[in-house]
Design a binder for this molecule. Structure first.
Ligand code: C2E
Ligand code: MG
Ligand code: MG
Ligand code: MG
Length: 291
């Protein structure tokens, strides 16, 4: 049985297959196997309050612990997972694992902070996403306000649909943030109509604020706009003290980036959270003066 233009045909003749397509099929097959074999792991990157210096949140970032290739970053497999649809069960695993881990830390007595999880547009287009999230929250025992879902702006997003879906999620008590803000199809229509709690300024704007006055102006304007809309704002990819001072002087609420900490495995961040209990985790010195 050979389908004329189907996948079966491709597989039977894989010897003649375009290497790029073959690589993609292999990767998709490996991803399915990896999900069954429990080869994924979450790293967590702390988020810091810019006025107190305390860790006030963390973002869950997926890694693939590949038996041969070692730790594979998300850019090497998320696109294939999205294309094949594996992102739906994989994304569900991420939400489950992040909620389970956060609840375990809370039960240990670590100060309660929210965990952010990245959602892909494919998960977002599922009809029963809110029910899935509600089930996960119920079975993990994590209070909804300790889960945040990050979405990226996308051309393909149907604002009506998105708005309904996000409304259902926020009714559960979950917060929504816009990730990589400024890089996508960031129409004001979205900001006006979607129930968003915060913006994450993309790191491409933060990177050159010291050298590029246009980037500095854009970052300052996003912070001011967010606050005028009563949204929280966090800067991504913060690496230098200068960036911290700039963000603080423009009253940005929070920062995330290597200046504070890279993403850490659960053991490492668990240790950091226990150690930093009640102590400022990043320097809160003002930019001027000889301190
Ligand atoms: P993102 O959500 O914008 O995550 C931030 C990325 O920036 C992370 O890369 C993080 O390691 C990196 N980063 C953090 N601080 C700095 C810094 O100071 N400098 C620089 N240069 N980079 C920094 P990562 O972990 O490789 O993740 C890349 C992207 O993959 C994420 O971007 C997100 O879009 C996607 N992703 C990660 N985990 C998941 C997931 O569970 N589901 C989905 N759908 N996407 C995910
Ligand atoms: Mg993110
Ligand atoms: Mg981002
Ligand atoms: Mg991104």
């Amino acid at each position: 049985r050979v389908k004329e233009n189907g996948k079966d045909d491709y597989l039977l003749h894989s010897g003649e297959m375009d290497p790029v397509a073959l690589h993609k099929l292999t990767l998709q097959h490996d991803l399915r196997k990896a999900l069954l074999n429990d080869e994924f792991q979450l790293y967590y990157q702390p988020q810091y309050d810019l006025s107190s210096g305390q860790i006030v949140g963390m973002e869950a970032l997926i890694r693939w612990k590949h038996p041969k290739r070692g730790l594979v970053p998300p850019c090497d497999f998320i696109p294939a997972a999205e294309e094949s649809g594996i992102i739906v069960p994989l994304g569900e695993w991420v939400i489950k694992e992040a909620c389970r881990q956060n609840k375990a830390w809370q039960d240990e007595g670590i100060p309660r902070i929210p965990v952010s999880v990245n959602l892909s547009i494919r998960q977002f287009s599922q009809r029963n996403l809110n029910e899935k999230v509600a089930d996960i929250l119920r079975s993990s025992g994590l209070e909804p306000r300790y889960l945040e879902l990050e979405i990226t702006e996308s051309m393909t997003m149907d604002v009506e649909r998105a708005s309904q879906c996000l409304k259902e999620l926020t009714e559960l008590g979950v917060n929504i943030s816009i990730d990589d803000f400024g890089t996508g199809y960031s129409s004001f229509h979205y900001l006006k109509n979607l129930p968003i709690a915060r913006l994450k300024i993309d790191r491409s704007f933060v990177r050159d604020i010291q050298q590029d006055p246009n980037d500095a102006a854009i970052v300052a304007a996003i912070i001011a706009m967010a606050h005028n809309l009563s949204l929280q704002v966090i800067a991504e990819g913060v690496e230098t003290e200068h960036q911290v001072h700039f963000l603080r002087s423009h009253r940005c609420d929070e920062m995330q980036g290597y200046y504070g900490s890279p993403p850490l495995c659960s053991e490492e961040i668990g240790k950091l959270l226990r150690d930093k209990l009640n102590r400022p985790a990043i320097s809160v010195r003002p930019s001027t003066g000889n301190g």
